[in-house]
Design a protein around this ligand. Structure first.
Ligand SMILES: Cc1cc2nc3c(=O)[nH]c(=O)nc-3n(C[C@H](O)[C@H](O)[C@H](O)COP(=O)(O)OP(=O)(O)OC[C@H]3O[C@@H](n4cnc5c(N)ncnc54)[C@H](O)[C@@H]3O)c2cc1C
Length: 401
């Protein structure tokens, strides 16, 4: 590029950092503004890897996947009594949020990564974007990349009519030490992404690295997600009211779920296959995420764009939301380079394919979720149920050397 656009990235999580790195590499002058006062950690526990999620780190030889990821060779569907209904050979790789975040932050460095900067104002004038922060400081740039997540301030400012739509169920999540599980359970879950998917609910487990980074069998964490229907209105509002009486919007972190709901969860787990029931019983602090869809009509607004969860928030069934966000920012860099740094032209050229990808992924996830939770039409082993970004299965068989 002949120009050197100044770029402000809002939100310093996985997609904000990926944007910062990819845009810096094509010659942009990048600063990241993150609301949190401290580096992020412990979010989202397990991430199913997709090639584009780790493209920057692999291209720059900054991550050795063999040492920071776990894998499973099979998709295994269990019957209520624990018998194996179907098993298909399909390999996926998993890592933890902290591993990816730490590697991206190390690559970007701390000098231009500004913690404690919560944006409370966005304005565009005279060919520049101005951000105002809660502490009343400001920053200006030629381009603002808003990667501020599911409750995006940028989205609320630019698209005030866009709503979050509740999907009718929540995802209970948690991890348990592999070494705390019985030999029968370890063997039932061995080397597999293990599903239980009777009509009206579904649960899955897979191994992820331990908090200390251990990836060897027996030293990892077993990660569980169990999707359970909760009617909208009072039942959902009650569930989302935490131990201090505060009503949360989209998630309850570990330690926040009220005891009566944890008791109900553990009691309901007796209906799961024995191995999954043991995992649920062993999770020290289950937490939950509300399944919502956010669909945006636009992602480009002059010199501002929405990327990652700030644009489309999708359900996790295709395990591709991080991949979608990373794909957004790689496409942005390509558009900027093609338009020789003309920010507005680049965003106009970039937007249509992004909207198309976001809509397609949102539709596929919604259909998967409704199939399991409401239509009850999942066919165990169906390849259409496989994780992937553009198509089921495109995240399988990553090259890990
Ligand atoms: C149950 C479940 C399982 C999942 N599993 C997977 C998976 O296997 N694979 C996968 O690819 N994805 C998965 N996801 C999705 C994945 O976690 C998210 O898509 C991804 O983390 C989004 O990254 P992001 O950077 O866009 O947003 P976030 O990670 O939400 O980051 C947004 C950042 O913006 C900051 N911020 C917010 N407002 C402001 C403000 N006003 N000013 C400054 N900063 C601000 C926040 O502090 C935060 O750090 C899963 C999600 C769920 C719910």
């Amino acid at each position: 590029m002949t120009g050197r656009p100044e770029v402000a990235v809002l939100g310093g999580s996985l997609i904000g950092l990926t944007a910062a790195l990819v845009l810096r590499d094509i010659g942009c002058d990048v600063h990241v503004y993150e609301r949190s006062q401290v580096p992020l950690e412990g979010r989202g526990v397990g991430i199913v890897l997709h090639p584009v999620t780790v493209r920057y780190l692999l291209d720059h030889a900054l991550l050795d996947l063999a040492t920071v990821s776990t894998s499973a060779a099979f998709h295994r569907y269990l019957a209520p009594d624990g018998a194996v209904l179907v098993q298909a050979a399909r390999r996926h790789h998993f890592t933890g949020y902290n591993t990816l975040y730490g590697a991206l932050l190390d690559a970007f460095g701390r000098e231009r990564y500004h913690l404690g900067h919560e944006a409370v104002g966005i304005a565009q004038h005279d060919g520049r974007v101005e951000l105002t922060f809660a502490d009343s400081g400001t920053a200006t740039a030629d381009l603002l990349v808003a990667a501020d997540g599911i409750s995006s301030f940028a989205r609320r400012t630019l698209l005030p009519d866009t709503q979050q739509r509740y999907g009718g169920y929540v995802g209970w999540r948690g991890v348990v030490d592999e070494h705390a599980l019985s030999a029968e359970t370890v063997s039932a879950l061995d080397d597999a992404l293990t599903y239980f998917a009777p009509p009206g609910t579904h649960a899955l487990t897979y191994p992820i690295p331990h908090y200390d980074g251990a990836v060897e069998r027996g030293k990892r964490l077993m990660n569980l997600v169990w999707y359970r229907n909760v009617p909208d209105g009072e039942p959902l509002a009650e569930l989302l009211t935490d131990r201090t009486g505060r009503r949360r919007e989209v998630s309850l972190p570990p330690g926040a779920v009220r005891e009566e709901y944890l008791e109900e969860l553990r009691a309901a787990a007796v209906g799961l296959p024995p191995a999954l029931a043991e995992v649920v019983a062993g999770i020290p602090a289950p937490f939950l995420q509300v399944m919502i869809d956010v669909e945006v009509p636009r992602m480009a607004f002059g010199r501002v764009c929405l990327v990652g969860d700030a644009a489309f928030t999708v359900r996790p069934h295709a395990a591709a939301a991080t991949a979608k966000g990373a794909d957004d920012v790689w496409a942005l860099a390509a558009a900027l380079a093609r338009c020789d740094g003309d920010v507005e032209a680049a965003l106009r050229a970039w937007e249509p394919s992004r909207l198309e990808l976001g809509r397609a992924l949102l539709r596929r996830n919604r259909d998967l979720g409704e199939g399991a939770q409401f239509r009850g039409d999942w066919v165990p082993g169906d390849p259409a149920l496989t994780f992937g970004l553009r198509a089921p299965g495109d995240s399988a068989d990553m090259r890990v050397t």
